[in-house]
Design a protein around this ligand. Structure first.
Ligand code: PMP
Length: 314
């Protein structure tokens, strides 16, 4: 594994070594993609490691499991506490936490209901997802020839592994053609999202993002950015975005746990604005980073400090 991973892994309530966190190839998940996951960042702050929006990530995992009828056997509180423990036992300063829930080894065949539900919590060190310079300089992206999963095919609101077969096609096509990321359109041809990020457009001082009905994942960074933008006095709208709007927007940016707030400097080789990160994007990025890194008062209670009891807020 090329990233630095943390040795202790949480599995169904117990810590096990990273090397033992394995599955049998006959497990249901291997043939049928019956897997849900999350991606959460734990930031280094002056008050020690802090997990960003732990409650919302846990809620989304529980929602994904509800959609797919998976019984988690652990409460939200137990799962949240386990993630705090994961940070503590591994002595982590900052990391990316990956909860994984899947149908394990039991019966063969499509019917998932007889297979045990396994839960793992892993952690590794992850830098800037779209490249070291991405946050400062912006990235070059394309519109994918692959569309986003259509409504009522695979549920976009669940963070399910199967959705990422679609995401992989988008990502591979983009990389093959020399772009950092691809943006998919929804079934109606409107802008949906990146392969692992939500998208925002700035035009005439207004901030616009596609609605959840455009087959987007309800991103937690998306929600955070909407909250911060409103607080900073910008009008924010959730509305359908035409593909060509990306070409004539003043600013375009991605949001995501891994990508944080990444400016987009060109789409299909057409420069966005002046081809460099715009002022609204940068002001949101600065505000976001100062909150997650514990440099600004966390007035929304978004950080869970791992060296304090769960639920304790700054
Ligand atoms: N869309 C997709 C498809 C994603 O994989 C992600 C990353 N989880 C996002 C959007 C952004 O969501 P979040 O801000 O919760 O990480």
């Amino acid at each position: 594994m090329s990233v630095k991973y943390y040795e202790k892994v949480w599995h169904n309530g117990k810590f096990i070594p990273w090397s033992e966190a394995t599955v049998h190839v006959a497990s249901h998940v291997v043939s049928y993609a019956s897997c849900l996951f999350e991606g959460i960042r734990c930031y280094e702050t002056p008050q020690g490691p802090a997990i960003f929006r732990l409650k919302e990530h846990t809620d989304r995992l529980v929602n994904s499991s509800k959609i797919y009828r998976m019984d988690l056997q652990f409460t939200r509180e137990q799962l949240s506490q386990a993630m705090v423990e994961l940070v503590r036992v591994n002595n982590i300063k900052n990391c990316y936490i990956r909860p994984v829930v899947f149908r394990g080894y039991g019966e063969v065949g499509v019917n998932p209901l007889k297979n045990p539900v396994e839960i793992y919590l892993l952690a590794w060190a992850w830098g800037k997802y779209l490249g070291d310079e991405a946050l400062r300089q912006g990235v070059d992206v394309c519109i994918s020839s692959w569309q986003r999963i259509a409504p009522n095919t695979l549920p976009a609101m669940a963070k399910a592994a199967a959705n990422y077969m679609n995401a992989q096609l988008i990502k591979m096509e983009a990389l093959t053609n020399g772009y950092v990321e691809g943006i998919s359109l929804d079934i109606a041809g409107h802008v949906s999202e990146g392969s692992g990020e939500n998208i925002f457009v700035v035009r005439d001082g207004k901030i616009i993002t596609p609605p959840l009905s455009a087959s987007v994942l309800p991103g937690i960074t998306r929600d955070s950015v909407i909250t911060l933008a409103l607080e900073m006095g910008y009008p924010v709208m959730e509305q359908s975005i035409a593909r060509e709007m990306l070409y004539i927007a003043d600013e375009v940016f991605f949001t995501g746990t891994a990508a944080e707030i990444t400016p987009i400097r060109s789409v299909d080789r057409i420069l966005v604005g002046k081809g460099q990160p715009g002022p609204i994007t940068l002001s949101l990025q600065e505000r976001f980073l100062s909150i997650v890194q514990g440099q600004t008062n966390d007035k929304y209670g978004w950080l869970t400090f791992c060296n304090q009891p769960v639920g304790a807020r700054s």
